[in-house]
Design a protein around this ligand. Structure first.
Ligand SMILES: CC(=O)N[C@H](C=O)[C@@H](O)[C@H](O)[C@H](O)COP(=O)(O)O
Length: 235
């Protein structure tokens, strides 16, 4: 696949951690199938087994990641060359990696990781998960094909009052989408705390090429809790 072939539109993130009720590769495959049926242009999937299960069910592109925590390091989204290789072997069309400025396992810098990925896997479509404009600009400079706001609001320097734009962590960072689209030529993906069509529309108005929705579609316990919380005062 070529990056130009990624259609504009909705991408559904189909992920569940080991504590979640939907934790099952077959269920992730079925979420992906439902996403495709509903008109999504891609899915985002974590872990080799889940990616392979989704591959069986759909023909739209898969953004593959592995969430891998290494002791002493914050970066956990496909943070090493080995992790990239594992995702690459699944045939996922796009691979997303942590492209924040934070150090990577084995003492690598972000620049070293991104450069080595492009060297070892020249045909990979590489998506940079970032938390700030500076990180996005640096990632594109290093050859990333797509840039996503995935980690905005999650790194320690975007979580606190140092960034007054993020008033409340449950809001998506639409300003970052706008800033990135004004500065980079690659497609910008809006991801992180987009719950519904209203928020997605805001991101497209800001110039996003795609919006990724995860919890709002594939984490039913969170959707249920949100509704339960909102109706409390009327009970
Ligand atoms: C921060 C982090 O680790 N984000 C992860 C990235 O793959 C996923 O847990 C999110 O569900 C995904 O980004 C979609 O976001 P949301 O579920 O908010 O729509």
């Amino acid at each position: 696949m070529k990056v130009e072939e990624l259609k504009k539109g909705l991408i559904v993130s189909c992920q569940a951690t080991s504590e979640e009720p939907m934790r099952n590769s077959d269920i992730m495959g079925r979420f992906a199938y439902a996403a495709q049926m509903g008109g999504a242009v891609g899915v985002r999937v974590n872990g080799i087994a889940d990616i392979l299960a989704c591959k069986q069910m759909i023909h739209i592109p898969i953004i593959g990641i592995v969430k891998h925590v290494y002791e002493g390091y914050w970066s956990y989204i496909t943070p090493t060359l080995r992790d990239v290789e594992n995702v690459y072997e699944t045939g996922a069309e796009i691979i997303a990696v942590d492209a924040t400025k934070l150090p990577k396992p084995e003492g690598k810098t972000t620049e070293e990781l991104l450069t080595s990925i492009k060297k070892e896997f020249p045909d990979v479509i590489l998506m940079a998960d970032v938390s700030t404009l500076e990180e996005g600009l640096a990632a594109v400079e290093l050859g990333c094909d797509l840039v996503s706001t995935t980690l905005a609001g999650y790194t320690e320097y975007t979580r606190n009052d140092a960034d007054p734009r993020i008033v409340e962590l449950r809001e998506p960072d639409i300003k970052l989408v706008k800033d990135l689209t004004e500065r980079v030529k690659v497609p910008v993906i809006a991801e992180g705390r987009y719950w519904d069509d209203k928020l997605a529309i805001e991101a497209f108005k800001a110039g996003a090429h795609n919006v990724v929705i995860g919890a709002g579609i594939t984490r039913p316990q969170i959707i249920t809790k949100k509704i339960v919380d909102n109706i409390q005062e009327y009970l």
